[in-house]
Design a binder for this molecule. Structure first.
Ligand code: 13P
Length: 376
């Protein structure tokens, strides 16, 4: 699997390069203690700046924040060390340090203000996803028609939205063909917990991957409820998905009785702890979560945008307790009677990054119109 560099690892590397640069720039005319002083100042400044960037620019993803932190700190530091060397060669050490600090802080503040201005009114930068779970609907020819309709209308929605369709196993190959050349990704609705062998009726993750799937829905409430899927099974299915380079769309959600008893937070927490907490950081970086309250699935009864935001924010907190800052990058989709008329309001919430759509995904017009919930 592709290795991802975390923000802090990148910041550390940059600090190391900066220390080297400081050595090279100041080597001839600085005593060892000054070099040590600069190195300490640099690392401490980097850590403080890193903390500030994490706190002040919450809308940026971890990657964007790391990039921003590195650019701004690099520019400030280079400006602070280079400019006084060029223009103030004879000044005393104390004055030089004061000048360097002033220049560095000024450059830093200006870059920060520009970033603040650019991102003030932008939505967060997490991946936006609208995924269609066709469930056990459509015959192969109908599925191909539907996929073609989605491809034909895709341009009506923003490029920022990632559309995924998840047809039944039987027509994955034909739908893959219909999606060829488009930006619509293919997903499956389930996969086996084993790699291969004597498991009559099962479909392996390797098989769906070979047909062109990039995603697989796991832990849907219908599978938990009707086919007895437990966390133990789901842990094995997740392993199979990752082993075959499929991104799991892991579903969580409470039923009506649990919601009415006020247990919904506890239910999703356990569903996450028992499965998602077993992932490595690398696997977690390649995960989509879908929150689907069972009482809203196929009932026409949608969670309000506020209810969705409340529990999505909670889910992110539960993820952060295990995976830290990486939780800010995990897309969390809402599912349950999502339709063109309510998508925009739900998607506008800070922690809702799209939808997992059932019934409304069976009409290309509606499916794309839901995507337009993020703006055309
Ligand atoms: P509906 O959109 O039909 O309520 O279904 C939601 C769902 O279960 C998607 O996985």
């Amino acid at each position: 699997m592709k290795k991802r560099t975390t923000g802090s690892a990148l910041a550390l590397r940059i600090c190391f390069v900066m220390v080297l640069v400081a050595f090279l720039l100041n080597f001839n005319d600085l005593a060892l203690k000054s070099i040590v002083f600069y190195a300490v100042l640099l690392v401490a400044g980097g850590l403080i700046w890193g903390r500030l960037v994490m706190a002040l620019w919450p809308k940026l993803t971890q990657k964007a924040r790391a990039r921003f932190g590195v650019i701004s700190y690099g520019a400030s530091f280079s400006g602070g060390t280079l400019l006084p060397i060029r223009f103030g060669e004879d000044i005393a050490t104390g004055e030089r340090i004061a000048l360097q600090l002033t220049i560095a802080i000024t450059i830093g503040i200006w870059i920060a203000l520009i970033y603040r201005f650019i991102y003030k009114n932008k939505p967060n930068m997490r991946k936006k996803i609208v995924a269609g779970n066709w469930k056990m609907n459509t015959l192969p020819a109908e599925g191909v028609e539907l996929a073609k309709g989605v491809v034909a209308k895709r341009a009506l929605a923003s490029n920022e939205v990632n559309f995924i369709v998840c047809p039944p196993f039987t027509h994955l190959a034909q739908v893959a063909e219909a999606l060829k050349g488009s930006s619509i990704a293919l997903g499956a609705q389930n996969c086996a917990a084993e790699a291969k062998g004597a498991y009559t009726g099962e479909v392996a993750a390797s098989m769906i991957a070979a047909l062109g799937c990039k995603y697989v829905i796991l832990g849907h409430s219908e599978r938990r409820q009707y086919y007895g899927e437990t966390s133990a099974t789901l842990n094995r299915k997740m392993e199979q998905a990752y082993a075959n380079k499929l991104t799991p769309i892991y579903c969580v959600g409470e039923n009506l009785a649990e919601r009415e008893a006020g247990k919904h937070f506890e239910v999703v927490k356990v569903q996450i702890e028992e499965v998602i907490y077993n992932l490595t950081a690398e696997q977690f970086a390649d995960l989509v979560i879908a929150y689907e309250p069972v009482w809203a699935i196929g009932t026409g009864k949608t969670a309000t945008a506020e209810q969705a935001q409340e529990i999505h924010a909670y889910i992110r907190k539960v993820l952060a307790a295990k995976f830290g800052a990486a939780a800010a990058e995990c897309p969390i989709l809402y599912g349950g009677s999502c339709k063109p008329s309510n998508a925009a309001e739900i998607f506008a919430k800070e922690d809702v990054d799209g939808g997992l759509i059932g019934g409304a995904a069976l009409k290309a017009d509606d499916f794309i119109a839901i995507g337009q919930g993020f703006g055309a």
